[in-house]
Design a protein around this ligand. Structure first.
Ligand code: MG
Ligand code: ZN
Length: 196
């Protein structure tokens, strides 16, 4: 039998899964990226858990509480429901840039925690995000990375960990890459296990 491993697509929220409205917690202002529903459906069908990994410094800045994000989560699930998609888990870093926590991206702590909680194997998993901090967190955690290059990254601060494996202009292209990769991996595993 082919080996089944638990794998995930970690996805950034603001500017990747939904349109970025800075510090927004109002469910009415949440809009999915146009191709998010269909793209996430394809990833789910390919066997990936879908886990949101998001910095929420608005909590550290006193703009809202962690519990204010629950209606946000609910609204995202509602918007994804017509596509037969649900997010398996939401992870938020409540800290600010100067708090020195290990979870705020570009650190990898949130991804590592999510992987542990959900028994995810990182080398067969992916991180998708719209800035290089997402890429760095994904690379440091040991997953494959896709930069959703939609103009939100403006600094392009380069570094050893900040090179994305792939760069795409929309989530459809990200799903194409991940699903293609998955097909290739399955074919390879069938080959090495002698299973056809
Ligand atoms: Mg973002
Ligand atoms: Zn943190």
């Amino acid at each position: 039998m082919a080996i089944t491993r638990k794998k995930a697509v970690f996805i950034d929220k603001d500017g990747t899964l939904i349109h970025d409205v800075p510090y927004n917690i109002d469910p009415h202002h949440i809009r999915l990226m146009e191709d998010a529903g269909h793209s996430l459906y394809r990833l789910k069908k390919a066997g990936y858990q879908l886990i949101v990994i998001s910095n929420q410094a608005g909590i550290a800045r006193g703009l809202f509480n962690k519990s204010d994000l629950l209606p946000v989560n609910r609204q995202i699930q509602l918007l994804l429901a017509p596509y037969a998609v649900n997010i398996d888990a939401f992870y938020y870093c409540p800290h600010g840039p100067d708090d020195g926590c290990d979870c705020r991206k570009p650190k990898q702590g949130m991804i590592l925690r999510a992987a542990e909680d959900h028994a995810v194997e990182l080398p067969v998993s992916w991180m998708i995000g719209d800035i290089l901090h997402d890429v760095e967190a994904g690379n440091r955690a040991g997953c494959r990375t896709v930069l959703f290059d939609n103009g939100n990254e403006t600094e392009w601060l380069k570094g050893d960990w900040r090179q994305p494996r792939y760069s795409v202009k929309n989530l459809t292209a990200a799903a194409d890459i991940i699903c293609d990769y998955e097909r290739g991996r399955r074919a390879y595993e069938r080959q090495v296990s002698g299973y056809h």
